[in-house]
Design a protein around this ligand. Structure first.
Ligand SMILES: [Zn+2]
Length: 107
C-alpha cells in the first residue's frame, strides 16, 4: 500500500482527492462525471462504473434475503463474513461481488 494518494483507475495519472463525508473521508476523481470513489480502507478497490454496477447487483441479491427471512441484516452480514471473509459490499471488487451473488443463491 502506497502512502501517496491513489490514482483514478480510469483516468491514468489523475490523483483522487480527499473529501470529508458523514461516513468518513472519501477519495474522488476530480474529473467531472467520473464515478470513481475510494473509501480509503486498505483492501478496497477504487470504484469505477463497472464496480459500482457489480456492487448494486450484489445488494440486489443480498437485501431481499434478509428482508424475506426476517433475518437481521447484521446476522446475514456476519454469515457473509464467516463464509467469504467479506464485511461490506461497498468495499468489494467485481470478482468478489460475483462470489457474493453465487453464495447468496445457495442460501
Ligand atoms: Zn476518473
Amino acid at each position: 500500500m502506497q502512502d501517496q494518494n491513489p490514482t483514478c483507475p480510469i483516468h491514468e495519472g489523475i490523483y483522487l482527492q480527499q473529501r470529508p463525508t458523514k461516513c468518513g473521508p472519501v477519495w474522488r476523481c476530480p474529473i467531472t462525471g467520473c464515478t470513481v470513489r475510494w473509501w480509503g480502507a486498505k483492501d478496497t478497490t477504487p470504484c469505477d462504473y463497472q464496480t459500482a454496477q457489480a456492487r448494486k447487483a450484489a445488494h440486489a441479491v443480498i437485501d431481499p434475503i434478509w428482508q424475506r427471512y426476517h433475518m437481521s441484516r447484521a446476522s446475514l452480514y456476519r454469515r457473509m463474513k464467516r463464509d467469504l471473509g467479506v464485511e461490506h459490499i461497498g468495499l468489494c471488487d467485481i470478482a468478489t461481488c460475483e462470489k457474493i451473488i453465487e453464495w447468496a443463491k445457495k442460501l
